[in-house]
Ligand binder design. Structure first.
Ligand SMILES: NC(=O)c1ccc[n+]([C@@H]2O[C@H](COP(=O)([O-])OP(=O)(O)OC[C@H]3O[C@@H](n4cnc5c(N)ncnc54)[C@H](O)[C@@H]3O)[C@@H](O)[C@H]2O)c1
Length: 256
């Protein structure tokens, strides 16, 4: 079955004019989130390590782009400041940046563990802190963290990544409980096998691809726009009583 990239039809006109910050927004799902949000008249502010690519995405969607590193708390504050400068408020914060390193468990170098947790876990926590301090003082907001099916299902040679995404799931619960009283909803999305640079190596190896698809009941790779569908729901007022949830967008992979 082919990847379905047709547009997501959901309509939530109440979101027009709101402001979203997306990390890791220079490519992959983050860039698609920028495009799809902008298409719905939501103001977008993206941050990424790759400043040039980030600027190109921002220009395309008539939003704001900035080079930043999610492992540095000060960079999150700078990203917030850029958003406030441009649009005067921040309603949505999407902690999307992530890295996906590989190594057999016995060979994982210490710096792989450190850097993976720095980006995938600390990056989410720092972004959440920056967003929550602002939202707490401005009537609430919505934070969405990118987890993964790998947070519940083992992907071999990915122990650092798998465990970092398991941490994102629990961090999401912690944030939801502490921030709920301020009107801040915090949810996570757990994508499965999605068509981005992160999964290009599998897609280019027919044997690996066939093996990977045996773990997907829908027997196809997901499109970034299909992950956007879940994000859009979680940001919208349709999800106003949803917090602390981890929404799988994985073609059923979490069950295999
Ligand atoms: N693609 C998948 O199949 C898949 C599956 C499950 C979860 N995810 C998660 O979804 C998110 C997006 O994945 P993707 O496939 O679009 O990845 P991607 O590799 O295509 O893009 C990730 C982006 O994050 C940026 N980034 C990395 N480290 C950063 C840092 N320290 N500071 C700022 N930006 C940084 C990169 O420059 C890149 O633009 C990640 O958190 C990933 O773990 C992806």
């Amino acid at each position: 079955m082919r990847t379905d990239t047709s547009p997501i039809p959901a309509l939530n006109p109440e979101l027009a004019g709101r402001v979203a910050v997306v990390t890791g927004a220079a490519q992959g799902m983050g860039a698609v989130f920028m495009e799809e949000l902008a298409r719905r008249d939501i103001h977008v502010v993206g941050g990424d390590l790759d400043g040039d690519r980030m600027a190109a995405v921002a220009e395309k969607v008539e939003g704001v782009g900035m080079r930043m590193d999610v492992t540095d708390p000060a960079d999150h504050d700078a990203l917030l400041a850029r958003a406030l400068d441009a649009y005067g408020r921040v309603d949505f914060w999407i902690n999307n940046a992530g890295v996906f390193p590989q190594a057999e468990f016995t060979e994982i170098p210490p710096d792989q563990l450190t850097s993976t947790y720095q980006v995938n876990v600390n990056g989410v926590a720092y972004g959440g802190q920056t967003a929550a301090r602002h939202m707490r003082d401005h009537g609430g907001g919505v934070i969405v963290n990118m987890a993964s099916v790998a947070g519940v299902r083992v992907r071999v040679t990915r122990a650092a990544y798998n465990s970092s995404k398991a941490a994102v799931r629990h961090l999401t619960s912690c944030m939801a409980v502490e921030l709920g009283p301020y009107g801040i909803r915090v949810n996570a999305i757990a994508p499965g096998f999605i068509d981005t640079e992160m999964t290009r190596w599998v897609q280019e190896d027919p044997v690996a691809l066939e093996r990977a698809l045996t773990t997907v009941p829908l027997r196809r790779i997901g499109a970034p726009v299909e992950v956007f569908g879940a994000l859009y729901f979680l940001l919208s007022d349709s999800a106003r009583y949803v917090t602390g949830a981890v929404l799988p967008v994985d073609g059923g992979s979490q069950h295999v």
